[in-house]
Design a protein around this ligand. Structure first.
Ligand SMILES: C[S@@+](CC[C@H](N)C(=O)[O-])C[C@H]1O[C@@H](n2cnc3c(N)ncnc32)[C@H](O)[C@@H]1O
Ligand code: SF4
Length: 364
């Protein structure tokens, strides 16, 4: 049977493509394009600016923020598309000089969005902005006072969180807590869970620190979690999820290998046929930098080789052209190779799949 879209490919590309999708025909990928374009999440890097210099921060560069004009242009374009989720990223988003206008614009457009904050800028005005918008957010807290101050490299890093938590509680604003784990704070997981329970916080996300930006130094000093410690973190995660069911929702950025293998279609590894017919190809998130550059996955983590296009050329149009292009096929191929060689074949229990792919993308 001849594939209708075969003509579009050079022979070498077809070979890469066939290796990647195995038994699935190219036209299966074509058929999924419209669904893929409707199910994407967007991560908009509002600003790289931050008042902290945390020891684990993944950012390499703290300069650059999106202009209000570009932000509105981005949002206008996303409003024309069916979008799964929008997140605002930083840096510290509340340091953006136009944050009020940004929140107001999202409200005007009736857009639900998410963000993570260090909590340092919280005051009555910020709470008012949050209350008036349709947002969900998490505050970063990585351990008790002494650890938080040292890890975040900032004297008020703990009191700022306490202030933000108190303001939210007083104003009945719901939020979550997010913690990044290294060797030193692994011992604080129960303290962090108790902090959530005590403050009636219902959502907790934990994630291991990965070696990007300042955290490369932590890796060199062997301060990041070993595989055994990762294993411990996720076993404790499962135990605590069971213990606090109904009171606290626990989420981890990583996944158990068994889950990834069992539900590989959910991760976009298998797609388009038989039992995978409801799944979509990778990537599921698209990042936009302050300069308007569009990237697969997170805008602060990838090198420029992976750039798709710029918002000036139209987000939808750029993604439409990107899908099934040589660059997309390269990404899908890498995705599948990582799945087969680094997950299926390796003797591991836990995997931060997104992080693994980003590492490989940057080193390919
Ligand atoms: C990049 S920060 C931006 C938001 C805000 N500045 C903050 O720290 O909450 C988003 C989240 O990523 C976490 N993070 C930063 N560097 C990380 C790394 N190398 N590995 C894993 N998580 C990291 C932060 O602790 C924070 O919870
Ligand atoms: S982790 Fe967040 S608060 Fe810390 S330096 Fe990075 S962007 Fe700033």
């Amino acid at each position: 049977m001849l594939c209708p879209s075969e003509r579009k490919y050079k022979w070498e590309e077809k070979e890469i493509f066939e290796k990647m999708i195995g038994e699935i025909w190219m036209n299966d990928l074509e058929k999924l394009k419209d669904d893929w374009l409707k199910k994407l999440s967007f991560d908009i890097l509002l600003t790289r600016n931050c008042n902290y210099r945390c020891k684990h921060c993944l950012m390499n560069n703290f300069k650059g923020e999106m202009s209000l004009v570009s932000f509105k242009e981005t949002i206008d374009q996303l409003c024309e598309m069916d979008v799964n989720e929008i997140n605002l990223s930083g840096g510290e988003i509340f340091l953006h000089p136009n944050i009020k206008e940004i929140f107001n614009y999202l409200k005007l457009k009736n857009i639900e969005f998410g963000f993570v904050t260090n909590g340092s800028m919280f005051n009555e005005n910020i709470i008012e902005l949050i209350k008036q918008s349709n947002c969900r957010f998490s505050i970063s807290l990585d351990g008790p006072e002494e650890f938080q101050i040292n890890f975040r490299n900032y004297k008020e890093a703990f009191s700022n969180v306490i202030n933000a938590v108190e303001l939210c509680t007083k104003n009945k604003v719901e939020f979550g807590i997010i913690s990044s784990y290294v060797k030193e704070n692994l011992q604080h997981i129960d303290w962090l869970i108790n902090f959530c329970i005590k403050n009636k916080i219902k959502y907790y996300r934990l994630q291991p620190v990965f070696a990007e930006g300042a955290a490369v130094k932590l890796e060199d000093n062997k301060e990041l979690l070993s595989e055994k410690e990762l294993d411990h973190l996720y076993k404790r995660h499962v135990e605590l999820s069971g213990l606090y069911v109904g009171r606290l929702i626990l989420r981890g950025l990583g996944k158990f290998k068994s889950e990834i293998i069992q539900h590989s279609c959910k991760f976009g590894v298998n797609f388009g046929s038989s039992c995978h017919s409801n799944s979509l190809p990778y990537p599921h998130t698209i990042g936009i930098t302050p300069e308007g550059d569009v990237f697969p996955l997170y805008p602060y983590l990838l090198n420029s080789n992976w750039k798709i296009n710029n918002i000036k050329n139209g987000i939808y149009k750029s993604l439409d052209e990107y899908y099934n292009s040589e660059s997309h096929i390269k990404l899908l191929d890498l995705h599948r190779t990582v799945f087969e060689n680094e997950i299926v074949k390796k003797d591991i229990v836990y995997v931060d799949y997104g992080r693994l792919i980003i590492e490989r993308m940057n080193h390919n």
